[in-house]
Design a protein around this ligand. Structure first.
Ligand SMILES: *[C@@H]1O[C@H](CO)[C@@H](O)[C@H](O)[C@H]1NC(C)=O
Ligand SMILES: *[C@@H]1O[C@H](CO)[C@@H](O)[C@H](O)[C@H]1NC(C)=O
Ligand SMILES: *[C@@H]1O[C@H](CO)[C@@H](O)[C@H](O)[C@H]1NC(C)=O
Ligand SMILES: *[C@@H]1O[C@H](CO)[C@@H](O)[C@H](O)[C@H]1NC(C)=O
Length: 503
């Protein structure tokens, strides 16, 4: 117990020491450099008004992805015209190249002045999930401002990022900023339904051009506020991986017959029993074999007694904490592969026993498991040869991106979070339980970070894909500031990185 505690203290002390050393010598060494190049993240009243109006306009274009092969292509095309109108500078600056990929997605290449620095990429998507009007306080595509909030589908997922990235770059350009490090901005149009026409095509194009990226920042996690009831202060979670997925079709085919003389078992009964076994047999709890354990250890001292004791001594309390995590659907999703029955089809008539019954089960794979392991688990649990299994779609969990003190992307995010969100004490790596466009970019970099620089409360979390999605005007401006700072930090970080290396 004591050993653990000392270990953690030493680690924290060590980090503090490194941070202090770096920041003091860094500021001395490059004071001149910083003073001449650094542009403070301050916007005029007029600019603040323009940026929120620009977001409202973006929300009003109903760029809905209905299904894999159905989206509002009129709106997707209109969005392309809209960004040209609102951000003219991004289209007439000599060192910025703009391309449309996969008909509607956008790729900007910003050529930095220092070709020796490895480029990075900012990712976002402007398609949204459908939003029927019922239940909304204001129409979902109105972009109305009310009580300091801009309302509408896409205000958090993810037009806020699309607009904030473009806005921040335009604001830097109007201040004659010359980026040092090259970067890409990729804006997908079909993230909500796979990213196969947008993100994947952009990734393929860049791969063909031989591009390798220092890191990617995409949507995914947030500055989380009030998610853990006993935590007083918000903390920032930067997701360093996301879960894999397996969509399995279960299929039972029996002889059809008349319901007046039924057989002992029907296709529906057999399939239902198999599904029930799957639901009753959750995949193993993998707490301890993932990032979450480290996340909780980092947060340990933010918790009041007795949680701080439990989390600081997981060598003893791991079973207890692990059971506790199973009780909440979100934390449960972080510690195991989840099993969700999403489709069931059978039957045509009241008095006919159908031959075929089919169901689809969606598994989200924990990063300590593989698609193959999950498939084997299902086969053994169903344990009935009459139930055929067919893989509809599968991909492995995403590899873990590095988050040590040599990881440029992670350190840049961490540094920028600390300056823009001073109320945040802890920046911690985490796992994204959903999927993002960034998974198409694994050939271009091993450093993919999913972080949306917005302070999010649980209510906001449920509005994503739900009702009354909204962002406060203040939070949106903060997001623009974040990107404005991130771009500048990426340019001035080279010395810091070198210095860290020397330590
Ligand atoms: C679109 O997808 C649906 C279901 O995924 C399918 O029924 C339909 O045939 C598809 N349409 C086209 C034009 O591919
Ligand atoms: C598609 O978007 C256009 C605007 O670009 C809008 O007028 C139209 O109503 C939308 N269609 C649907 C089905 O949402
Ligand atoms: C680019 O567009 C901005 C904004 O419309 C304008 O002020 C600027 O003069 C343009 N620059 C060039 C080189 O055309
Ligand atoms: C990575 O590159 C390989 C070889 O070109 C290709 O087969 C694969 O599909 C790529 N992966 C992704 C995620 O694009």
């Amino acid at each position: 117990m004591a050993l653990r505690y000392c270990g953690a203290l030493a680690l924290v002390a060590g980090l503090l020491l490194i941070f202090a050393t770096v920041s003091s010598s860094e500021s001395q060494k490059s004071r001149n450099h910083m003073e001449t190049l650094r542009i403070p993240p301050r916007f005029s009243q007029k600019e603040s008004t323009e940026m929120k109006e620009a977001l409202k306009g973006a929300i009003q274009i109903p760029t809905v992805s209905f299904s894999r092969n159905k989206s509002n292509t009129t709106a997707l095309a209109e969005f392309g015209k809209y960004i040209r109108k609102v951000f003219p500078r991004l289209f007439n600056t000599t060192f910025i190249q703009h391309e449309v990929v996969g008909e509607y997605s956008h790729l900007f290449t910003i050529q930095g002045a220092d070709r020796s620095l490895q480029p990075y990429m900012l990712l976002a998507h402007f398609d949204v999930v459908p939003a029927p009007e019922e239940g909304w306080e204001v129409p979902p595509f109105s972009g109305l401002e009310r009580d300091g909030f801009i309302h509408g589908r896409g205000t958090l997922d993810n037009k806020n990022s699309v607009m904030a990235i473009l806005q921040a770059l335009q604001l830097l350009l109007t201040r004659n900023y010359i980026p040092q490090r090259s970067f890409f901005i990729a804006l997908g149009h079909d993230e909500e339904v796979s990213g196969l026409n947008g993100a994947q095509k952009i990734a393929t194009l860049l791969q063909a051009r031989g591009v390798q990226l220092a890191f990617i920042v995409d949507e995914g996690s947030f500055v989380l506020d009030g998610f853990l009831p006993s935590l007083k202060t918000p903390f920032a979670m930067v997701s360093v991986s996301e879960k894999g997925a397996l969509d399995l079709m279960l299929h039972v085919n029996m002889t059809p017959g008349h319901s007046s003389a039924p057989p002992k078992e029907t296709s529906i009964g057999i399939l239902a029993a198999a599904l029930s076994r799957l639901e009753q047999t959750p995949m193993p709890n993998l707490f301890g074999r993932g990032i979450l354990k480290m996340t909780l250890q980092q947060l340990a001292n933010e918790f009041p007694f007795p949680h701080n004791i439990f989390l600081n001594n997981l060598w003893l309390f791991q079973p207890l904490v692990s059971r506790f995590l199973e009780r909440n659907p979100i934390t449960n999703a972080m510690i195991r592969t989840t099993t969700a029955i999403t489709k069931f089809h059978a039957g045509i008539k009241e008095n006919v026993i159908p031959s075929v019954a089919q169901a689809v089960v969606n598994f989200r794979i924990h990063h300590a498991q593989t698609v193959q392991e999950v498939f084997e688990f299902v086969k053994n649990t169903v344990a009935d040869d009459r139930v055929q299994l067919q893989v509809l779609r599968a991909f492995e969990p995403l590899p873990l991106s590095p988050y040590d003190d040599q990881s440029l992307g992670y350190q840049l995010l961490s540094q920028t979070i600390r300056s823009i969100f001073p109320e945040v004490n802890i920046v911690t790596p985490g796992i994204c339980i959903g999927n993002t466009d960034s998974r198409h970019y694994t050939n271009l970099t091993t450093s993919i970070y999913r972080f949306n620089p917005v302070r999010l409360q649980p209510q906001g979390f449920s509005s994503i894909h739900g009702l009354n999605e909204k962002i406060s005007v203040q939070d949106y401006e903060t997001q623009v500031k974040f990107i404005f700072e991130l771009i500048q930090n990426a340019d001035s970080y080279k010395k810091l990185a070198r210095h860290l290396h020397d330590l």
